[in-house]
Ligand binder design. Structure first.
Ligand SMILES: C[S@@+](CC[C@H](N)C(=O)[O-])C[C@H]1O[C@@H](n2cnc3c(N)ncnc32)[C@H](O)[C@@H]1O
Length: 316
């Protein structure tokens, strides 16, 4: 990265309009090889988002600055953000303090992973198909809630449901609490600081348990681009094989689902590892835009049949 020149005052003086600044940023992002995938897929999306933050313009108003000179303050703010993105590898979501998922705005900072779950595609239609009508879905859990984004999307999709959301990280839950309050859902979304579902074992049983847990094996984490290492490591990594939290979740979901209930888990690249770990457990793989490898649906009855009950002793 040291070979890449930082913008100088002379560079800044050459850039006049919003369009000039955006073209400069896009070039620098490409030359710097920044990694996308934290809520954005292109350099252009990231530069426009930073421009919105620097100018205070909403996304749909941004074209208004393409041909007009930026004020000195706007230009300094934008170039400062671009430098932090390229040279410090701070993800755009953290630079602007927010991320959008499913049409909703969530606050984010270094305490939480930036929302980008495949569940945004599945919560509106695919998952409800496996459940009674939404009005009869009363108990839902979001395990490993992070910013609370999925708990909030679930509460909106199932308006009669109480949503229990858990996370091991007290810091993440502070951000989740802000988001729950922003979306006025404090009466229906309850946050629990606990390991997986431990605090929920004695409570009501669930129609739906959903989780986007950490699932990267330690070895994969080491090779991730620098901006991903700005996110809390506990959001991404789950032991040597990536399955540590999922193992606990399967056992705890077995004990806490209603008879018709379902468990839905995002597992990243672990589809084959899941089948190896639980060869007799029927798994349904839900299709998303990226294929059908990443999200697994399990029925309560199958979990009961295929997993040993927690009290059962070997050899009996
Ligand atoms: C991949 S992030 C998902 C966050 C959020 N659900 C989303 O989709 O953006 C995983 C979250 O799991 C939490 N976590 C890690 N280990 C956990 C455990 N054993 N029990 C509960 N939460 C855990 C992390 O703190 C992190 O917030």
């Amino acid at each position: 990265m040291s070979a890449l020149p930082r913008p100088t005052p002379a560079t800044a003086a050459r850039l006049k309009t919003g369009g000039d600044c955006l073209r400069f940023a896009n070039k620098l992002f490409k030359a710097g090889g920044i990694a996308h995938g934290q809520g954005f897929v292109t350099a252009e999306e990231e530069s426009l988002t930073l421009m919105g933050h620097a100018t205070g313009l909403a996304w749909e108003q941004l074209p208004a600055c393409f041909d007009r000179p930026l004020t000195a303050k706007e230009k300094a703010a934008f170039l400062g953000l671009v430098e932090r993105r390229v040279f410090d590898r701070v993800p755009t979501g953290y630079l602007v303090g927010e991320a959008w998922l499913g049409g909703l705005r969530f606050r984010v900072d270094e305490r939480v992973i930036i929302p980008r779950s495949y569940f945004v595609e599945l919560i509106p239609e695919a998952i409800p198909r496996w459940l009674p009508p939404a009005a009869q879905v009363t108990d839902v859990a979001d395990i490993c809630t992070g910013s609370g984004c999925l708990a909030i999307l679930l509460a909106k999709r199932f308006p009669k449901a109480r949503v229990q959301a858990t996370d091991l990280s007290a810091a993440a839950l502070e951000v989740a609490a802000l988001n729950v309050a922003d979306h006025r859902l404090a009466k229906r979304v309850t946050l629990h600081e606990t390991d997986t579902m431990t605090a929920l074992l004695q409570g009501p049983k669930f129609d739906l348990i959903l989780s986007n847990p950490p699932y990267e094996p330690e070895g994969i984490y080491r090779r991730l681009p620098a901006e991903f290492k700005r996110e809390p490591k506990g959001s991404l990594v789950s032991g040597q094989d990536g399955l540590e939290v999922i193992r606990k979740l399967l056992t705890q979901a077995r004990a806490t689902l209603k008879p018709h209930g379902i468990l839905v888990i995002e597992v990243g690249g672990l589809r084959a590892a899941m089948h190896r770990a639980w060869p007799t457990l029927p798994m349904l793989w839900l299709a998303t835009a990226d294929g059908s490898d990443c999200v697994c649906l399990l029925h309560a009855a199958d979990l009961r049949r295929a997993l040993p009950s927690p009290g059962a002793r070997r050899g009996r």
